[in-house]
Design a protein around this ligand. Structure first.
Ligand SMILES: O=C(O)c1ccccc1NCC(=O)[C@H](O)[C@H](O)COP(=O)(O)O
Length: 388
């Protein structure tokens, strides 16, 4: 049943909705409201048909974050209480000010990103607001009906792991990255995807961020329409539920949710959307606190441990082992979760190390994409042919 909490909405929003996009995108008194609450408005007013999610009011009422929001806490405070240091947008607005014909910049802690991840998120916030204006969910809802059928991302990882006895490979189609710059000058995403599949990748991860990774949704669509059978992860910085629908409309079978960016309520809500769309969610963590938060959320089937600190770029593969202690491995096994080791994996020893730590899949970009023949790089990385 759809949500029936108009009072809650009025209380939060003071009636200030952006109707043009059919999606609330307005800054509120304290700060922007959590994505989950914003989407509630959208579900109520704009979308009534499947497969878009309609809220259950019980689900919202039960959430600690909703109660905190109601009692006057800002989204930033709620996030900070969960150990999230990334601010969703500049607290004091962008650093550019116009006075008459003059424009000047005043930089301070409130409008200067503290690290690259925060910068990416601030830029993404602007990008998504603009994209949503152009392609509101009412339009995407129609594209969803024509989207290619969903492929079983988790099933594919399980089959590969069972058949090879090695961690299943999610091979990353990535032209560039903020930490390494351009990784492959002569970059043909479809050729790379075909080579990865032929040489044993169970799934592919396709970067869609343009500004920092030189990726695109065109690449995702092109790979999907090329005859490649591997399920596709849309590697994007998701901060808004709209992006999940958009990714699915472009052929994604899985999306990435970063626990260092998203508070629990958003993760829970986005997981529900994924379930409704039939796609998988890879929930990425980097530290113990994020891992414990994510393990406490029901319905998560895929956890990625990123060995790269996205705030400093430091890479340390022992991070995977550190996060997989005995107690956590027990919960992981009880819940039937697959853990993916991500970043900084270059050799068969690296693969064995994270496998021994407890991962059943790995996500690899640089070690493969930089090679002249990225497909052949897979057997080198694993020390054996893993094609099945
Ligand atoms: O790779 C980066 O520089 C980066 C910077 C900021 C946010 C995310 C970033 N990378 C995403 C990833 O985690 C990797 O693409 C992925 O795990 C593969 O890593 P690798 O095998 O080391 O290329």
């Amino acid at each position: 049943m759809g949500v029936s909490a108009p009072g809650l909405l009025n209380l939060k929003c003071g009636g200030a909705f952006s109707q043009s996009s059919g999606f609330p995108g307005v800054l509120f008194g304290r700060t922007k409201m959590p994505a989950a609450l914003r989407c509630m408005r959208l579900d109520e007013d704009d979308i009534s048909s499947s497969p878009l999610l309609t809220f259950s009011s019980d689900y919202l009422a039960d959430s600690i974050e909703v109660r905190e929001w109601e009692s006057g806490k800002s989204l930033e405070t709620i996030a900070a209480n969960q150990g999230i240091k990334i601010r969703r947008r500049p607290p004091t607005g962008p650093p550019t000010h116009a006075v008459g014909p003059f424009e000047f910049r005043l930089e301070n802690d409130g409008n200067t990103p503290r690290n690259i991840l925060e910068k990416i998120i601030w830029d993404k916030d602007v990008e998504v607001s603009q994209l949503k204006e152009r392609k509101p969910l009412t339009v995407i809802g129609k594209a969803l009906e024509n989207a290619p059928p969903v492929r079983d991302f988790i099933g594919s990882l399980e089959v590969s792991h069972e058949c090879t006895g090695m961690p299943a490979l999610i091979a990353e189609v990535k032209k560039a990255s903020p930490s390494r710059g351009v990784l492959r000058e002569d970059f043909n995403p479809v050729e790379v995807a075909i080579a990865y599949e032929k040489n044993g990748a169970a799934c592919l991860s396709v970067l869609t961020d343009e500004k920092y990774f030189q990726g695109s949704f065109e690449n995702l669509e092109a790979i999907r329409n090329s005859g490649v059978k591997c399920p596709l992860l849309c590697k994007e910085f998701i901060i808004d539920a709209w992006q999940i629908y958009y990714a699915r409309s472009k052929g994604a079978d899985a999306i990435l949710l970063i626990a260092g960016v998203l508070p629990d309520l958003d993760i829970k809500y986005m997981i529900k959307i994924c379930r409704k769309l039939g796609i998988a969610a890879l929930v990425e963590v980097h530290n113990e606190r994020e891992m414990d938060r994510v393990l406490a959320i029901d319905g998560i089937k895929l956890i990625g441990i990123n060995n790269r600190d996205l705030e400093t770029f430091e890479v340390d593969i022992s991070n995977t082992k550190k996060l997989l202690n005995k107690d956590r491995l027990q919960i992981i096994s009880q819940k039937g979760i697959i853990v993916v080791g991500e970043s900084g994996l270059f050799t068969p020893d690296d693969i064995s190390y994270v496998q021994d730590a407890g991962v059943k899949a790995v996500l690899v970009g640089e070690a493969l994409i930089k090679l002249e023949d990225p497909g052949k790089g897979i057997a080198k990385l694993f020390g054996k042919d893993i094609s099945i």
